[in-house]
Design a binder for this molecule. Structure first.
Ligand code: FAD
Length: 403
């Protein structure tokens, strides 16, 4: 029989194996992962896992019985290259053959320039385990980056009783993803949580300190001593190991997949955080670093392998993600740009509100804060490219689906 080799045992890799079996893939499936741990889910790492106190952290392992599924799981093994001509993947413990190869190596966090004791990243279970004692000891922490990870970590650190300073290069939180009139309101979330937010200052270097384990040098010439630092300044596809293999990579480091998630060489596919794909819906290539994309992309690959191209529609999702920060449940669906008209549903100074982005009345994207029903309904409306009545959509007492 034919063998599918999946490289990367995170959400996307595990889902690929599970979906293949669900769809009746008859051949062998091998799942290879660099980490030593049983495959686990990442979103809890910046949430419940950090604040679990001094006991053991909640178990975030996926509830999947790999033996029962007939999936060979090889952990603690790192892929180092692919030879498409030979249909082989090289690893740190010898080559592995494949008939079909699924790339699912995810992303790696971007590190700060320089170094020092006490500088942390937050991507893996091991990272989270190293951060738990920092919070338990109520260390003063400096978070670099007011993005999703930075906000969630700051939330957990405040909950644990740490003094928290967040340094952000832009003039407000989430500057890369939301327009100023929306993300401006999030500045208040930091204040209310007792977090000091320093904006407009980039960290140029981290060095060892004498009185503190590290010192952050900032772009305005000042410096900030810290007991512990969390760098939350973004992530890049973990694709360095594919260099020279012939698998085409984009400037952002992503595997350049096609509309059915096939890579540029035969019998190779890519899913999750490591892959970008062309979206007809948005007229551009998307690199999505969110959980839902790691859940749904593998369905396309499993369908291709079991049912073939004619039975497999192009992968063109409405992106979705959520974040839990400063006591709020924040969700976003779709994709907006400056041409869209912004429409408020509710008061952004209140506990729950939403924002819609409309183009010619069509709902393109939605941000919901504490309004999960808006998100569920909005996501379906976005999928259908539904036209909304702006006056009704702006009334938070009217269900979005009736607007
Ligand atoms: P990963 O989960 O990164 O898995 C890839 C795996 O491949 C890793 O285990 C890695 O070790 C392994 N690997 C890498 N290189 C190799 C190699 N050469 N050989 C073998 N194995 C290799 N998304 C949301 O929508 N909502 C959230 O609230 C949210 N919270 C998050 C919180 C944290 C702390 C993090 C880090 C992410 C969060 N995300 C969230 C994003 C979401 O977790 C990711 O989009 C998702 O994990 C992507 O899955 P993946 O399988 O593509 O990649």
């Amino acid at each position: 029989g034919q063998r599918v080799l999946v490289v990367g045992a995170g959400m996307a890799g595990v889902q690929t194996a599970v979906r293949l079996r669900e769809r009746g893939w008859p051949g062998a499936i091998t799942l290879v992962g660099a980490e030593p741990h049983r495959p686990y889910d990442r979103p809890p790492l910046s949430k419940a896992v950090l604040t679990g106190g001094t006991g053991t952290a909640p178990d975030t392992a996926f509830d999947v019985d790999f033996d029962a599924l007939g999936v060979e799981l090889i952990l603690g093994r790192e892929a180092t290259g692919v030879r498409p001509g030979d249909h082989e993947v090289d690893t740190d413990a010898g080559p592995l053959p494949y008939d079909h190869l699924v790339l699912a190596t995810g992303a790696e966090p971007v590190a700060l320039p320089g170094g020092g004791a006490g500088v942390h990243l937050l991507r893996t279970l091991d990272d989270a385990e190293r951060l738990r004692p920092v919070l338990a000891a109520r260390r003063d922490v400096v978070v670099v980056g007011a993005g999703w990870i930075g906000a969630e970590f700051a939330t957990a650190a405040r909950e644990a009783g740490c003094r928290v300073t967040v340094v952000e290069a832009a003039d407000r939180p989430l500057a890369g993803v939301l327009p100023p009139e929306v993300s401006g309101h999030m500045r208040r979330w930091y204040e209310e949580a007792g977090v000091e937010l320093l904006t407009g200052r980039a960290v140029t270097r981290v060095r060892f300190g004498s009185a503190h384990p590290c010192v952050l040098e900032l772009s305005d010439g000042s410096s900030l001593p810290a007991w512990a630092v969390l760098a939350g300044i973004g992530a890049r596809p973990a694709t360095g190991w594919l260099a020279g293999s012939g698998v085409a990579l984009g400037e952002d480091g992503s595997v350049l997949a096609d509309e059915r998630l096939r890579a540029s060489v035969p019998d190779v596919y890519a899913v999750g955080d490591c892959a970008s794909f062309p979206s007809a819906r948005y007229g551009r290539r998307l690199l999505v670093h969110h959980w839902d994309n790691a859940l749904t992309g593998p369905r396309t690959v499993a369908s291709l392998l079991t049912a073939g191209e004619a039975e497999t529609p192009p992968y063109d999702p409405v992106p979705y993600f959520w974040s839990e920060q400063f006591g709020r449940f924040v969700q976003y669906a779709g994709h907006h740009d400056d041409r869209d008209e912004l429409l408020w549903r509710g008061d952004p100074r209140g506990a729950s509100w939403s924002v819609c982005w409309l183009r010619d009345g069509v709902l393109n994207a939605l941000l919901a804060v504490g309004r999960p029903r808006d998100l569920t309904q909005g996501r379906k409306l976005i999928e259908r490219a539904a036209v909304l009545d702006p006056a009704r959509a702006a009334d938070p007492s009217v269900p979005l689906k009736s607007a």
